[in-house]
Design a protein around this ligand. Structure first.
Ligand code: NAD
Length: 433
């Protein structure tokens, strides 16, 4: 079991350098088997195959490459004190980590937990989303082939809520890494709190993108479209709330309404597809419900706003909704589909206040030609990551995570590695003369 595999030291006892070598082999095998992984990911999520090949699979490999390096730096520190003692800290793994991942980026969000957890010497029990278990099954094979000992990675597939809850409560689970919706995150965090287990919670998002009149419009529109159609809008860091400075408000809506119709929508297996289907019938209903509600609240549907009939799949046209009041559900809640709401603003102050006006705080964007404004606004936005003149650039070295209802974990970067370890202080008496 994961408990035995941790306690007998078959993994943590290898030492960071050996773990690092094995994790690099994992990365190499993921790259070698790119096509198999990509097909599974595309089949499971409905992801366009081209993105699965070039983003999801290499993105997962990069997580292992990055954290393999950090595995060799589980360094403590010597602390100078006035005590008659020598004091130092050690970084130690938590033990057995429960990793719970969502449906939208199965490989990347599994690897962003597994790679740092394993690098730090933990063992892992992983529960993927019930809709999307296929890539994790292949990953289990790859981990074994790379030399990760038996019992170090354990895969649980089955009904999400029951299995997830049992996993979080299991007495052998020492820490939890959860990515999913805010609603489920609250349930998991409540249980973890009751049992006093450390938990990293990466939850829902509803990011605002602030487009100022001084922005390079071509570049900004490109970033905006990318921000809400990527992964068919099923992206926790999507930017579904566009705030536009009033002088360019109508122009931007006009350009967007024309441009989104040109984005290739089609079968996930088609090489040219950018927008595939949503993951499930439920998700399609949900997205359509948000759009119907927006229309009934006075929203002007400038593009899309309808299902697309193709092979009986869960397709939805990229949708742009203007003129909604700020308290509309489609503005305040996470839609998780290819839907963009557009609101005007008059001042920088108002833009910041609108951006910060939802419960969430995962990501944000600032499109501006004024570098001082970029710094000023980035500092005042309540979010874990702010993109300036782009959208969605992520890297294993750059931490991301939320504030407010978007949670408090950080994935990627040394911050993520640290969260899979804990600090122990050792204080050794030193006799005086
Ligand atoms: P979800 O909350 O429905 O499920 C997430 C995971 O939790 C799944 O594995 C699910 O089976 C499991 N689960 C369900 N009930 C549980 C319970 N009671 N106890 C323990 N585990 C339980 O989310 P989803 O629909 O798979 O994913 C979409 C959501 O994830 C969106 O809200 C999105 O914003 C969020 N997300 C956040 C990030 C981030 O980094 N912050 C990244 C991706 C997705």
């Amino acid at each position: 079991t994961a408990r035995e595999a941790f306690d007998d030291g078959r993994w943590s006892g290898l030492g960071g350098r050996e773990r690092s070598r094995i994790l690099l082999r994992v990365a190499a095998l993921i790259r070698e088997r790119n096509e198999e992984f990509a097909r599974r990911e595309s089949l499971d999520v409905g992801k366009p195959i081209g993105f699965a090949r070039t983003i999801d699979v290499p993105g997962a490999a990069e997580q292992f490459e990055y954290f393999a390096t950090l595995a060799q730096h589980m360094d403590g520190a010597v602390r100078e004190t006035p005590l008659p003692a020598f004091a130092y800290t050690r970084r130690e793994p938590h033990g057995v980590v429960a990793a719970i991942s969502p449906f939208n980026f199965p490989m990347i969000l599994t690897s962003s937990k597994l790679a740092p957890a394993l690098a730090a010497g933990n063992t892992v029990v992983h529960k993927p989303a019930p809709q999307t278990p296929l890539s994790a099954q292949l990953l289990a094979e790859v981990l074994a082939d790379a030399g990760v000992p038996d019992g170090v990675y354990n895969l649980l597939t089955g009904p999400g809520a029951e299995l997830g809850d049992a996993l979080v409560r299991h007495p052998d689970v020492d820490a939890i890494a959860f990515t999913g919706s805010t609603a489920v995150g609250r349930v998991v965090a409540r249980t973890a709190g009751e049992l006093l287990k450390p938990i990293a919670a990466e939850l829902g998002g509803n990011a605002a993108d602030l487009l100022f009149a001084d922005a390079d419009l071509d570049q900004a529109i490109h970033a905006v479209i990318n921000s809400f159609v990527f992964n068919t809008g099923q992206f926790c860091m999507a930017g579904p709330r566009l705030l536009v400075e009033r002088p360019v408000y109508d122009t931007v809506i006009g350009i967007l309404a024309d441009a989104v119709g040109q984005v290739p929508l089609g079968r996930p297996s088609d090489e040219s597809t950018v927008i595939g289907p949503l993951v499930s019938a439920d998700q399609l209903e949900r997205v359509d419900g948000f759009v119907r509600d927006a229309a009934s609240r006075g929203g002007r549907i400038a593009a899309g706003g309808r299902r697309i009939d193709l092979d009986g799949g869960y397709y939805y046209a990229p949708t742009v909704i203007a003129d909604l009041p700020n308290d509309a559900i489609a503005v305040q809640e996470e839609v998780f589909g290819p839907v963009l709401t557009v609101q005007p603003f008059d001042t920088e102050e108002e833009a910041i206040s609108l951006a910060n006006s939802t419960a969430y705080g995962l990501a944000a964007g600032v499109q501006t030609g004024d570098i001082s404004r970029a710094h000023r606004v980035a500092a005042r936005i309540q979010a874990g990551i702010v993109w300036v003149n782009t959208w969605g650039l992520l890297d294993p070295a750059v931490p991301f995570g939320g504030v407010k209802a978007s949670g408090w974990g950080r994935e990627s970067g040394p911050e993520a590695f640290a969260s899979f370890t804990r600090t122990k202080s050792v204080v050794i008496a030193v006799d005086g003369d």
